[in-house]
Design a protein around this ligand. Sequence first.
Ligand code: ADP
Ligand code: MG
Length: 346
Amino acid sequence: MPGEFDIINRYFRFSDQSDSVVLGIGDDAAVMELSKADISRRLVVATDTLLEGVHFPAGMAAKHVASRALMVNVSDFSAMGVRPKWFTLALALPAIDEAWLAEFSAKLKELCENLNLALVGGDTVRGPLSITLTMMGDIKTREAKAAEKVGEANSEVLTRKGAKPGDDVWVTNTLGRGGAALKLLEGELAATTRSASPLSRNEHEQLLAHFYQPECLLDFGDKLAGIASSAIDISDGLLADAGHIAKQSAVAIDIDWNKLPVNSLVKKAGNHEEVSRWVLSHGDEYQLLFTAPEAKRQNVVEIAKQCGVQCTLIGSVEVGSVEEGESVGVSGMDDNVKTIAGYQHF
Ligand code: ADP
Ligand code: MG
């Protein structure tokens, strides 16, 4: 069975050579040249779909569906180091439920105002609940920045391609909340008693809050653009997403299990096996995984402090060939060092 990425590569990767495509399929967002005559600005676009029952549990409150749909898309822009400006909204609704729509719209509006984002179009159809956002932003090219002498002249966008052997591997904030929250939600919706939970009501709410509204890392991503050599947001799982950087940068990545910033609530919410799975392969984290030269360690620490983001050094980039590209190793786990390829199925 071909995986998601085989399908995309086989059937949809036919515009890579297009003249105006600066960065096509394969990263967190695409970058396009707007005009040959004016190379000073480029368009950045990313899209993500959320399906009820697949990406969020059926019956999740409308305001949470809104915040999750928006922030998951914002996360791809954080990973590119770009601020989004506009988006379109394609909605499939099973029925017209005005109370649901009012709540969904109020949350979306509130977040748009906070993030300075404009909803500029979309589509509304009848069908199983599904939300697709297409987010857009623009950037100045390196050349334009150099000419104006503003900002970091060598920063344009952050991609998955620039990791170099010897670089540090970093992750933002804490890991494991995506998987743990899903377990809580499934338990909650299956009406298991909360008294059976090892977490207090308050801790329960804290874990769910992250699932409902992944935190905004746009300020951090923006600053990271001049510092990191590559970046991705963790949506498929730490190992899978490290694999994407490894493959696209043609390097290997070593991660030290003992350095991973496992969320303290996550440690309480599951047993060792569950916690390991949530942290390494669950996805839904929406934290940034990035690489940066060792010489930039102090810069990373500084911008992390400025933005109130925790950054943890979790491993290193090693030599790897293009053929063996997709290789990520985890050391320090119970069963010692593992090297696994093809994390899609992990
Ligand atoms: P992310 O996890 O960052 O949202 P995905 O894993 O969904 O990215 O997709 C990987 C890459 O493949 C992205 O660059 C995305 O734009 C592209 N892609 C996904 N589905 C399609 C499709 N049907 N047609 C063209 N490109 C696609
Ligand atoms: Mg992404």
